[in-house]
Ligand binder design. Structure first.
Ligand code: XMP
Length: 249
């Protein structure tokens, strides 16, 4: 992904999200997703999927076709599944998504290591795939969980939840972390903890109010952009504009 980003001069991860469509219109939805990928791919380095397509198209039906298409275009395919359950369930979820062809998955560190995310990292790293941890989400209520001040034996005092998650990302050997572009000050703090060891993925650009320049200047390596591109009248033009603005930042 790093190589693709460099060669295509793009740090943009396309969130291939579309609004609800009646299930009987799933073929139309698949065609729309294929078409968007075809016209937008010159301006992006990876594509991120969410339930928006998994639910109507199915992991091993429509989505697997899209993953193959993304791979044929040299793009990394990320599943934003935010794994968040007990270990045995997490393992099965991860195995299915990797079997479908995804290169990396997102996971929620709130669930912890033992009998939580350890198995996901074990499966991922055995397959040489990635796990990206949520460290601070992009929505307004993110502070209620990720922004809490916590006190535990491990940290020997008080610390912020997201700072603790950033340290866990280092300890667990995560391949990326997510910090909302809507909180550039949090990106900066997390970047100070991670240095260059783990890249920061910043969603929330455009519709959610995050700004390209402030996210990149604070230390984000990749920008995740969905509706600003997928719902644009001309998605290719929108993606190119964002890519160019990111390169000027
Ligand atoms: P938009 O349309 O807002 O889409 O550009 C953003 C995409 O990213 C997902 N998203 C997140 N994923 N942590 C995540 O793992 C976050 O903080 C976060 N914020 C947004 C969102 O679901 C959509 O697919």
């Amino acid at each position: 992904m790093e190589q693709t980003a460099r060669s295509k001069k793009s740090s943009i991860v396309l969130a291939l999200d579309f609004p609800f469509e009646k299930p009987e219109n799933r073929n139309r939805l698949l065609s729309k997703a294929e078409r968007t990928l075809e016209i937008v791919h010159p301006y992006i380095c990876a594509v991120k999927f969410n339930r928006h397509l998994i639910l109507p198209l199915g992991t091993f039906n429509g989505v697997q076709k899209l993953i193959k298409k993304a791979h044929d275009m040299g793009l990394t395919a990320i599943m934003d599944c935010k794994i968040n359950d007990i270990g045995s369930t997490n393992q099965t979820i991860a195995e299915y998504y990797y079997a479908a062809g995804f290169d990396a998955l997102t996971a929620n560190p709130f669930v912890g290591w033992e009998e939580g995310l350890k198995v996901v990292f074990d499966v991922a790293h055995k397959l040489k795939h990635g796990v990206i941890l949520l460290v601070y989400m992009s929505h307004k209520g993110a502070w209620e969980g990720y922004g809490q001040t916590i006190c535990n034996a491990e940290t020997d005092g008080k610390t912020l939840q997201y700072a603790s998650f950033a340290k866990k990302a280092l300890k667990w050997d995560a391949d990326g972390v997510v910090v909302g572009a809507t909180y550039p000050e949090k990106i900066r703090e997390v970047h100070e903890i991670l240095g260059k060891k783990i890249p920061i993925y910043a969603p929330g650009i455009g519709v959610q109010g995050g700004k390209i320049e402030s996210a990149l200047k604070a230390g984000a390596s990749y920008l995740i952009v969905g509706r600003t591109i997928t719902l644009a009248e001309n998605p290719a033009e929108a993606a190119k504009k964002i890519r160019d603005l990111a390169n000027q930042a």
